[in-house]
Design a protein around this ligand. Structure first.
Ligand code: PAF
Length: 285
């Protein structure tokens, strides 16, 4: 039997509900999202459903983490479909605050991420991870969940969130959920909907490059610059494609690796037309 899914727009309403559920003995599983939900988000919600008594999903397009106004304006917003997906996956509550509810006054205190934001996306999206960490801190303070679920596709985000809760002694378990891919290997992303059919075909170059890097490491290449060279060859010369970065970093500290001796994260960002896609893969010697 499916129960009615509640939608809550204020911090006070959500807090009241979650306090009740906690009082009734439920563990709280929390899935923070920016909406435009796809099968990757479904995996987060399903995992939360399996592991917690009460599942809350948040849908909030956080202006603080957008470094470009056009990206914020173009971010897909599909609330009705999102609610239907949450309902069908058995989520219990969806938190859909407005910007004014989340930021009633200009934040005087924000999170600043050191070191972990120096490479990969952090280098190219100034302020993005500070804005992301600030809203995640707020959402975790609001929901106070036992577990919070994040996709491994945003590997740098996940590493920063793990560090955030460790640095601030927050009593929440951060659960990373594997990336979901299309049959041809493209990682699911809300941004994929912006690709034209021709761009969609070209976008496959990013996972192919990452797979080539992984194969090189498996074949014994330990020099990270050689791994990057081999991977970059998979990105065709095409006016629609621009590789922003392809780096080999430590999976937890997100610092560049020169000689691969243990587990690493190979991560890339590729512009396909006007759409920026990111992806990553883990590999180990
Ligand atoms: O990954 C996302 O959708 C966002 O960065 C998050 C974690 C919901 C914070 O706005």
């Amino acid at each position: 039997m499916t129960t009615a899914l509640g939608r809550y727009e204020t911090v006070a309403e959500l807090r009241r509900l979650l306090a009740e559920r906690r009082g009734a003995g439920d563990t709280i599983g929390f899935v923070p999202t920016m909406g435009a939900l796809h099968a990757g988000h479904a995996k987060l919600i399903e995992r939360a459903r399996r592991e917690s008594g009460f599942v809350a999903v948040s849908i909030f397009v956080n202006p603080l983490q957008f470094d470009r106004a056009d990206d914020l304006a173009k971010y897909p917003r599909t609330l009705d479909a999102d609610m239907a997906m949450c309902q069908s996956l058995g989520a219990d509550a969806v938190f859909t605050p407005t910007v004014a509810e989340m930021y009633p006054a200009q934040q005087a205190c924000t999170i600043h991420v050191e070191r972990l934001a120096d490479h990969l996306c952090g280098r190219y999206r100034p302020g993005h991870f500070d804005g992301m960490a600030t809203v995640v801190m707020k959402l975790l303070q609001i929901a106070q969940p036992d577990m919070a679920y994040f996709g491994e596709k945003d590997a740098q985000q996940l590493a920063i969130v793990r560090r955030l809760v460790a640095d601030f002694n927050m009593p929440v378990a951060i659960v990373g959920v594997p990336t979901v891919r299309e049959p041809d290997g493209l990682a699911l992303s809300s941004r994929n909907t912006r690709l034209t059919p021709s761009e969609r075909r070209k976008a496959i170059a990013l996972p192919e490059a990452l797979r080539a890097a992984e194969a090189a490491i498996r074949a014994g290449v330990t020099d990270a610059s050689e791994v990057i060279r081999v991977a970059t060859l998979k990105i065709p010369v095409d006016e629609a494609l621009r590789l922003e970065y392809l780096e080999v970093v430590g999976p937890d500290d997100v610092q560049p690796v020169t000689t691969i001796e243990g587990p690493v994260l190979i991560a890339g960002a590729l512009w396909v037309g006007a759409t920026r896609l990111i992806d990553n893969i883990r590999a180990s010697r």
